[in-house]
Design a protein around this ligand. Structure first.
Ligand SMILES: Nc1nc2c(ncn2[C@@H]2O[C@H](COP(=O)(O)OP(=O)(O)OP(=O)(O)O)[C@@H](O)[C@H]2O)c(=O)[nH]1
Ligand SMILES: [Mg+2]
Length: 317
């Protein structure tokens, strides 16, 4: 029973949490009921999205951030989203190795999510898990994604603060980094600053961001770290804290979270409508005559869609 499981989780039961996380990951039919019980408890945790190209050092940085947050007395939840691997393979295994020192800490909960079985629902599943960790009482939630596709963009956009991790080699590739991620990043980090080109990239980025953000209230800082040596981590943590304070003081945190909830509703509606309509269509339950006509070219797809929406419950006005 979802209600009992949620109540059990709220007593601090990690196994109940794990079972709820699995239900949300599967997008089980119980998700609406789970969310009904969880929603009144949300909003206490602070969520940080950590994204960047493969191998940039996201997991190593996350590992160091966890350690620092724990020293500050915060409890931490981590979600590592790996949309590229069809199995719990490479990157997730890497996460396990890099974050293993925290697996035994009861104040830390780590969950890896791969794309297998999600059929495009990965970002919804990830957002659901963020909510569970929030309700469970984690102070800080870190979400690691490889910043290459729409799923990651959707997930990091749901975070309160988004951190983009680059490496000195990203300098030449900066044009190819998904533009959306460059635009939503609140903080930039050049990791592997022990390598050549770090300072130049930092200068270039600062200049670019300064021009772009001259008029708004927050110019994203560009930090430099050497995660494997634990260098720059405290500064990164403090920059996240500063951004958080600024968002709270200006009321932007409330605005952002409202927008995110709205977006989540629209995305979910779109996903579920599409799934329902497509299933009807593919099972040949309805519209089979129309399909044949479209296939033959006697009816155009615009008219067909209009008619299908009318038939599917008056969705077309
Ligand atoms: N030279 C150098 N290597 C680093 C630094 N930070 C991390 N690394 C190394 O970079 C490699 C990749 O680190 P990860 O933390 O797994 O990177 P990631 O971005 O999580 O990788 P994926 O999740 O696979 O995309 C590891 O071998 C790290 O030890 C750094 O500051 N300098
Ligand atoms: Mg990683």
């Amino acid at each position: 029973m979802p209600v009992e499981l949620v109540e059990k989780m709220l007593t601090g039961d990690q196994r109940a949490l794990a079972r709820l996380v699995s239900a949300v990951e599967r997008q089980s039919a119980e998700v609406p009921e789970i969310m009904q019980h969880v929603t009144p408890l949300l909003g206490r945790a602070y969520c940080v999205g950590i994204t960047g190209p493969p191998g940039a050092g996201k997991s190593t940085l996350t590992d160091r951030l966890i350690a620092h947050a724990r020293q500050q007395g915060e409890t931490v939840g981590i979600i590592a989203v790996d949309p590229t691997s069809p199995f719990s393979g490479g990157a997730i295994l890497g996460d396990r190795i890099r974050m293993q020192q925290h697996y035994l800490d009861a104040g830390v909960y780590i969950r890896s999510m791969a794309s297998r079985g999600h059929h495009g629902g990965l970002s919804h599943a990830a957002k659901g898990v963020i909510k569970l960790l929030d309700a469970f009482g984690k102070d800080l939630i870190l979400v690691e994604t490889v910043g290459v596709g729409q799923t990651e963009l959707d997930v990091v956009a749901a975070a309160d603060t988004t951190v983009l991790i680059l490496v000195p080699e990203s300098g030449d590739a900066i044009q190819t980094i998904k533009a959306g991620i460059m635009e939503i990043a609140d903080l930039f980090v050049i990791n592997k600053a022990d390598r050549d080109g770090a300072e130049r990239l930092q200068r270039d980025l600062q200049m670019m961001l300064h021009v772009r953000h001259a008029s708004d209230g927050w110019c994203p800082p560009v930090l430099s770290t050497q995660a494997h040596q634990d260098l720059g981590i405290v500064e990164l943590y403090e920059a996240i804290t500063t951004h958080r304070r600024k968002l709270s003081e200006t009321g932007q945190l409330t605005t952002r979270r409202r927008q995110n909830r709205r977006q989540e509703l629209l995305d979910l509606l779109q996903q579920q409508l599409l799934a329902a309509l497509t299933a009807q269509f593919e099972n040949g339950e309805t519209h089979s005559g129309l399909l044949a006509q479209v296939e033959e070219g006697t009816v155009d797809p615009y008219t067909a869609v209009q008619q299908m929406l009318v038939e599917s419950g008056g969705l077309w006005r």
